[in-house]
Design a protein around this ligand. Structure first.
Ligand code: PBE
Length: 304
């Protein structure tokens, strides 16, 4: 009898070992019982963002407040370069990641299998335009420079072509922009239509350090310099871009993402600059994930 009980105990303990192994088989706590990945746990309830102060960073902080299902989430703000390198590592290992993404940028050219998460609360707005702003008085002081900047317009694909090439070749964006102007002379000529030679007039453009704005500013610089203007591009924080156009410290900027991304800076300064309208249409910002993540909406993420 004793022996029998012992035997049963032995069998039970073997069973227990198997059961434990089966349940705890995965040391990845983000895999649920049904084998489905809990992406929110897998990414540690963290969105990988870019520089603090960027419009998209401000929007993401709003998203964390407005979406109930993002309760207990954080956004890691550091730099665009750091975010891109985390994205690269995640994609290489097919791991989940949630980033702040936008177009125009080379991220979708390099990693085409990514998607924007639906944003039912429209925290990230819809289609954005990139607008040119001029300081008050530029039209009177230098109507030709004003007209050139006003006539500058191009497409998402143009900007992304420059950004992607700079990324792929390691060449400085400024040089790629100069080359683009040489290769697209017909486009550039349209911006100069009816504009008199600048006769050495100095023009200062405020830009941000993001590749998108480095591309547009350096394209316009190269194009205006073909027409006798002396153009300086000054890279500053995005808040300072708006302030410096409003104060008249610089002549213009091509870098205003509207109506949402830079709305805060726009509204704070809007009586003190002239909005020349879009130089690019079809821009977008939002939360972006790799296609292999089986979710479609920000609301598919789970609170912590
Ligand atoms: N961006 C790119 C900027 C504008 C240019 C989307 C990262 C932002 O302020 O969010």
């Amino acid at each position: 009898m004793m022996k029998k009980v012992k035997g049963l105990g032995f069998i039970l303990s073997i069973l227990a070992v198997f059961l434990l192994a089966a349940c705890g088989g995965s040391d990845d706590e983000s895999t649920g019982e049904d084998g489905e990945t809990n992406y929110s746990e897998a990414v540690d309830h963290t969105i990988i963002g870019i520089e603090p102060g960027a419009g998209i960073s401000v929007a993401t902080e709003n998203a964390l407040e407005e979406y109930e299902n993002l309760d207990g989430w954080d956004v890691e703000l550091s730099s665009t370069g750091a975010m891109m390198s985390e994205l690269g590592t995640a994609i290489e290992n097919e791991e989940p990641i949630v980033i702040t993404g936008w177009n125009p940028h080379w991220m979708f050219a390099l990693y085409p299998d990514m998607k924007y998460l639906e944003d039912p609360q429209e925290i990230y707005g819809g289609e954005e335009t990139l607008n040119s702003l001029a300081r008050l008085g530029l039209e009177d002081d230098n109507p030709d420079a004003y007209q050139f900047i006003d006539q500058f317009e191009w497409e998402v694909e143009d900007m992304e072509e420059i950004m992607y090439e700079a990324e792929e070749t390691g060449e400085d964006i400024e040089n790629v922009a100069v080359q683009w102007v040489e290769d697209n002379q017909d486009r550039v000529d349209a911006w100069a239509e009816g504009v008199n030679d600048g006769n050495g007039a100095e023009i200062e453009l405020a830009s941000t350090p993001w590749d998108s704005e480095r591309a547009s500013s350096n394209v316009v610089k190269a194009a205006m310099e073909q027409h006798g203007f002396e153009v300086t591009v000054t890279e500053v924080d995005v808040a300072v871009v708006f302030e410096s156009v409003a104060s008249g410290d610089v002549d213009a900027t091509l870098a205003a993402w509207l109506p949402l991304t830079h709305s805060e800076f726009y509204e704070a300064n809007q009586d003190n600059f002239e909005d020349l309208g879009p130089n690019l249409e079809g821009a977008r910002i939002g939360l972006v994930v790799p296609e292999y993540m089986d979710i479609d909406s920000i609301e598919d993420l789970e609170a912590n």
